[in-house]
Design a binder for this molecule. Structure first.
Ligand SMILES: [Zn+2]
Length: 222
């Protein structure tokens, strides 16, 4: 026979814990709409994206831009031949890409950072916008290893304007060697339309080109 007293206690405990969790998640609640018009993708993709939106996005709100929008739409596009893009709170993802790369869920981490960025037009160089989004994927991604995704190893033919993972690695190096908050600061200035190349010198004491030269000579990440 089951002893009911401890069971009641256990049930009460579970309710209390879930109430605490519910209270917490309400505070960080993101309104997610998921649209998939018969792409044929399995439920794991939707679950994986939802997990990223509900766990990573609140962290990005807190760390970068608490005023960013709290409603996100994910649209699985069966006609799109690229990978993914974000526009006006909506992330469009290619079903073809997901069919061939079902493990690449952290592309969503990159895309939702664009929603956080919300830079006004012409606020700064595109290579930096994309470099920041990939830096965020590197720092906040839930399972980049599963996707076989990592920062591009340094080689001397690169330049910081190469964007994406090449710029992201450079940003990671600067945060390790000069200012751990550099990406947060740059992101804020871009959103305020206050970016200028002088900021690199202001935050690190070195110009952008001096930083790149130094990085080229010793591009070690810890
Ligand atoms: Zn991007």
């Amino acid at each position: 026979m089951v002893n009911l007293v401890p069971m009641k206690k256990t049930i009460f405990f579970i309710i209390a814990i879930s109430g605490m969790y519910f209270g917490y998640s309400q505070k960080n609640k993101i309104d997610l709409t998921y649209i998939d018009n018969a792409s044929g993708l399995g439920p794991d993709i939707q679950k994986g994206f939802a997990k990223i939106v509900h766990t990573v996005y609140p962290e990005l709100l807190k760390d970068f831009n608490p005023d960013a929008r709290k409603d996100i739409t994910i649209f699985i596009d069966t006609d799109y031949d690229g990978v993914a893009y974000a526009n006006d709170g909506r992330v469009t993802v290619s079903s073809k890409w997901l069919t061939s790369h079902p493990e690449d869920l952290d592309l969503m981490t990159h895309e939702i950072m664009h929603i956080i960025q919300a830079y006004p037009p012409h606020s700064g160089p595109g290579w930096l916008t994309e470099g920041i989004a990939d830096y965020v994927r590197y720092k906040y991604g839930l399972d980049n290893d599963m996707a076989g995704w990592s920062l591009t190893p340094f080689n001397p033919k690169q330049h910081y304007t190469n964007s994406y993972r090449i710029t992201a690695r450079f940003l990671a190096w600067i945060t390790q060697n000069y200012d751990k908050d550099l990406v947060k600061k740059m992101d804020a200035r871009l959103r305020e339309k206050q970016y200028s190349e002088n900021l690199w010198k202001e935050y690190t004491g070195k110009t952008l080109d001096q930083l790149w030269e130094e990085y080229s000579k010793n591009p070690v990440l810890s």
